[in-house]
Each structure stands twice: as C-alpha cells, then as structure tokens.
Design a protein around this ligand. Structure first.
Ligand code: B12
Length: 146
C-alpha cells in the first residue's frame, strides 16, 4: 500500500504510524471516507515518518488522517506531527489522529493536549467515529459537473 497511483488527486491521505502493523483500521477508514465521496490515498501500516511527509507534500490532500491502534500512537503520533508541521507546505493542512492511541484510552487529557499543541487539529478516541465523519464530510471536495 506504500505507493500512490491514479489519475484523480486524492482528497485524503490515510496513514498508519511507523511502529503499527495493524491494517484493518486503515482499510475501514478508507472505505468510510470513500463512501462519503472522498478519494483516498492509503499509505498502509508501518510507514516511516519521512514517507508520510514526502507523500503529504506530493499529494497535498485537504485532510490527513493518522490512525494507530497498537498502543504506541501517542509517541509515534507526536513525532510524526512534528515532522509534518516542520514543513511549510503542510502548515495549513488539516491533520487529525485517532484510534487506540495509548494503552489507557484517552482518559489522560494531557495526551490530547500535547498532541493538539504539537499540531493536530483534532484527536479522536476509538469510538469518536460520528464526530470524525462530521469533520470529514465538511471536507468532501465539490466535483465539477459535466
Ligand atoms: C488483528 C489484530 C492484530 C494483528 C494485526 C494484523 C493486521 N495486519 O492488521 C496482529 C497479530 C499483527 C497484531 C499485533 C499486535 N497487536 Co493487535 N490486535 C488485533 C485485533 C484482534 C483486531 C484489530 C482489527 O483489525 N480490528 C478491526 C478494525 C476495523 O478496527 P480497529 O482497529 O479497532 O479500528 C477501529 C477504531 O480503533 C477506530 N479508529 C482507528 N483508527 C482511527 C482513526 C480515527 C481518526 C478515528 C476517528 C477512529 C479510528 O475506528 C475503527 C473502526 O471502528 C485487536 C483487538 C480487537 N479486538 O480490536 C488487537 C489490538 C489492537 N492489538 C493490540 C496489541 C497490543 C498488539 C501488539 C502490540 C501485541 C504484541 N505484544 O505483539 C502487536 C503490535 C504489532 C505492531 N507492530 O503494531 C492491542 C492494542 C492495545 C491498546 N492500544 O491499548 C489490541 C486492542 C488487543 C488488546 N485488547 O490488547 N494485532
């Protein structure tokens, strides 16, 4: 899943984190977003941070969705957002993260605060799909009618 092909420029970039080999979370998010009308580039599991940054700059999506469920999402996600936000091309891109980000859920509000302070626009817990859908629906690109 680590390459992006196709003619239509993807409106969303979905990605796992460098340490996370879980895949169905990414497939689920891709299908959900496609059902809403998005075109999705899915980098798949275990992408190194540099690969995510390169693809984000290449694709220039309206939305980047980072998903992690293996329990290392907080640390991986923090490192990744710092790498993404270090690039001026991505300063204004909406970037969100969600899943099972720690082994303690998101009860620790400090984690959410640190992730948003580092540059995520939103941090979603495991079950926050409805809220995520609202955010994603607002970013479905208008298509030219021929
Ligand atoms: C299958 C599985 C594996 C497979 C993955 C195979 C593959 N290629 O995908 C294997 C065996 C490789 C694996 C390995 C590990 N796993 Co595992 N795995 C699972 C399991 C059983 C199912 C995951 C799954 O596919 N779910 C289906 C998808 C569709 O749902 P999901 O992943 O839950 O995603 C949903 C939500 O999290 C949410 N979501 C996810 N991302 C995002 C993003 C946004 C923005 C939003 C809004 C929502 C959202 O929406 C999704 C749909 O509802 C879960 C337990 C479970 N029953 O959930 C454990 C689980 C995820 N694994 C776990 C762990 C700990 C591991 C290991 C660390 C175990 C180990 N000690 O080696 C390793 C990690 C390996 C690695 N490098 O990442 C833990 C994570 C604990 C935590 N986060 O607190 C879980 C929860 C099991 C448990 N109860 O302890 N695992």
């Amino acid at each position: 899943m680590h390459s992006i092909h196709g003619t239509e420029s993807p409106s969303v970039l979905v990605t796992g984190t460098s340490s996370d080999s879980h895949t169905w979370n990414l497939v689920f998010l891709q299908l959900l977003l496609e059902e809403m009308g998005h075109t999705v580039a899915n980098l798949g599991p275990c992408p190194p941070d540099e690969l995510v940054v390169e693809n984000a700059i290449d694709v220039q999506p309206g939305l980047i969705v980072v998903s992690s469920v293996n329990g290392h999402g907080f640390n991986d996600g923090l490192r990744l957002i710092r790498a993404l936000r270090a690039r001026p091309e991505l300063a204004l891109t909406t970037i969100v993260i969600g899943g099972k980000l720690s082994t303690d859920g998101l009860r620790n509000v400090g984690l959410v605060r640190q992730l948003t302070a580092a540059g995520y626009d939103r941090v979603f817990d495991d079950g926050d799909l409805a809220e995520f859908q609202v955010l994603a629906a607002a970013r479905v690109p208008a298509r030219a009618v021929s």
